[in-house]
Design a protein around this ligand. Structure first.
Ligand SMILES: [Zn+2]
Length: 267
């Protein structure tokens, strides 16, 4: 059994008619639990609906940092209601994105400040509802967004566990996350020839401190690179990372599944 710990099935790239077959293909690849994450207030209902309709699917509720400027002042009321849905297993995807430019009408400073405020409020919501949190950080260069997210996480680490998804840095850079009790997760980027660091990190990352994810519809692993990604391809990521670690795919699947079940509190 393998868990796709992070994807976006409410994306317009996944038409309603495709979902049942997509879940079937995932099952055939032994991917039997799938976490679909909201990125805005608008796609929360669809993510929850998918989780209601399919026993394999669970939802995360949150606002992606690239949508921070769209969140209305009272967004937290709606988010709180969505997050109390019985199929909601985490708060996210949230975080800090210093990679994309500020939207029109926003200074970079104000945009980043709004993202930080939302991240802090997502942590507070997670603590209040006893859920863990899924964090995105991204910079043009360096790791300022990771460092700032860590400084916010530090204030809530005794109540909430965080995953820093699609982790791009060295194992050394992940140590502050582990020290706070957090974990990381790896996407299909680990299968790309031109991105050696994520695979290197995954190769030496201790069992229990990381999960597998597709981040579908984006970042399809080799041999599907460039196509629409989907949860079934978690199997390709598992095989690739297991080979690099010198363990069987079954062994990798077993410990990453245990980590994901514990993080998302899955049955
Ligand atoms: Zn994502």
């Amino acid at each position: 059994m393998i868990i796709d710990s992070h994807c976006h099935l409410a994306s317009s790239k996944f038409p309603e008619a495709d979902i049942a077959e997509l879940v079937g293909r995932a099952r055939q690849q032994d991917v039997t639990q799938i976490i679909t994450l909201a990125t805005s207030l608008d796609d929360c209902p669809r993510n929850l609906q998918l989780a209601e309709q399919h026993a394999e699917i669970y939802a995360g509720i949150g606002i992606h940092p690239c949508d921070a400027h769209e969140a209305p002042e009272d967004y937290l009321d709606a988010l709180t209601t969505y997050a109390q849905h019985p199929r909601c297993v985490a708060i996210g995807e949230t975080g800090l994105d210093h990679f994309h430019p500020a939207p029109e009408g926003w200074s970079t400073e104000d945009y980043h400040r709004r993202q930080s405020q939302l991240l802090e409020e997502h942590f507070q919501l997670a603590a209040r509802l006893d859920k863990n949190i899924v964090i995105h950080t991204r910079d043009q260069t360096g790791d300022a967004s990771l460092q700032e997210a860590l400084s916010i996480y530090r204030r809530y680490a005794d109540q909430v566990q965080a995953v820093f998804h699609c982790f791009p840095f060295s194992l050394e850079a992940a140590q502050p996350i582990f020290e706070l009790g957090g974990i990381i997760s790896f996407t299909g980027i680990t299968t790309f020839k031109n991105a050696t660091t994520p695979l290197e990190t995954a190769t030496h990352c201790p069992a229990g401190s990381f999960m597998l994810e597709t981040d579908a519809p984006y970042l399809a692993p080799v041999p599907h690179r460039g196509k629409r990604n989907e949860p079934a391809y978690t199997q390709n990521i598992a095989e690739h990372i297991a080979a690099a670690r010198g363990e069987t795919t079954e062994c990798l699947a077993a410990h990453t599944t245990k980590t994901a079940k514990s993080f998302y509190k899955l049955p």
